[in-house]
Design a protein around this ligand. Structure first.
Ligand code: PNS
Length: 165
């Protein structure tokens, strides 16, 4: 069996930075499972189903990518999927503290699960799901920063959330 990485996250929504990281992951792993945490602590803009749809559309032509959602602890999901590692992206020093804490906690929870960090491509270094939502909320153009389907879904979502819609 080939090497498998689980790339977990909220993906609310998926950005070109996430897509870039998956492509980098595929250079090291035979399969990358992009996995949405169902019980994320944040208050999401998109439902799990909407996020799955956007991820599936974004990776539909990329062999070796599977899209899924999971409940409970990430390390348990990694074991269930017989994966070899957790894949996470690092953009800047500001990401490090949170990632460091999460990786060490995951290691404490299961010594056999390793976390692999890859650097996001430079052109995506300033992009996050949060800043994309912030721009889109006030009508900013996000094309070129997120997959096309995300661009459309953001417009639909914010139009539907308008009080007079
Ligand atoms: O994209 P995010 O929001 O930074 O991703 C965070 C995520 C989903 C990777 C993290 O919250 C997670 O793994 N949640 C599942 C529960 C868990 O195992 N937490 C980490 C150890 S306490």
């Amino acid at each position: 069996m080939g090497k498998i990485a689980v790339y977990p996250g909220s993906f609310d929504p998926v950005t070109n930075g996430h897509c870039d990281l998956v492509m980098r992951g595929l250079r090291l792993f035979d399969k990358v499972i992009v996995a949405i945490a169902r019980n994320g602590t944040k208050d999401p803009l998109f439902t799990i189903e909407e996020r799955l749809e956007m991820l599936n559309e974004s990776f539909k032509d990329i062999p070796g990518v599977e899209v899924d959602a999971f409940d409970g602890l990430l390390v348990d999901y990694v074991v269930r999927r017989e994966a070899n590692a957790i894949l996470r992206g690092l953009r800047a020093v500001s990401d490090f503290e949170y990632e460091f804490q999460m990786a060490l906690m995951n290691r404490k929870l299961n010594r056999d699960v390793q976390t692999v960090f890859l650097m996001t491509g430079l052109r995506w270094i300033y992009i996050s799901s949060s800043i994309i939502k912030e721009a889109a909320r006030f009508g900013g153009e996000t094309r070129g920063m997120v997959p096309d389907i995300v661009c459309e879904k953001l417009k639909e979502k914010f139009a539907s959330l308008k009080p007079d819609a």
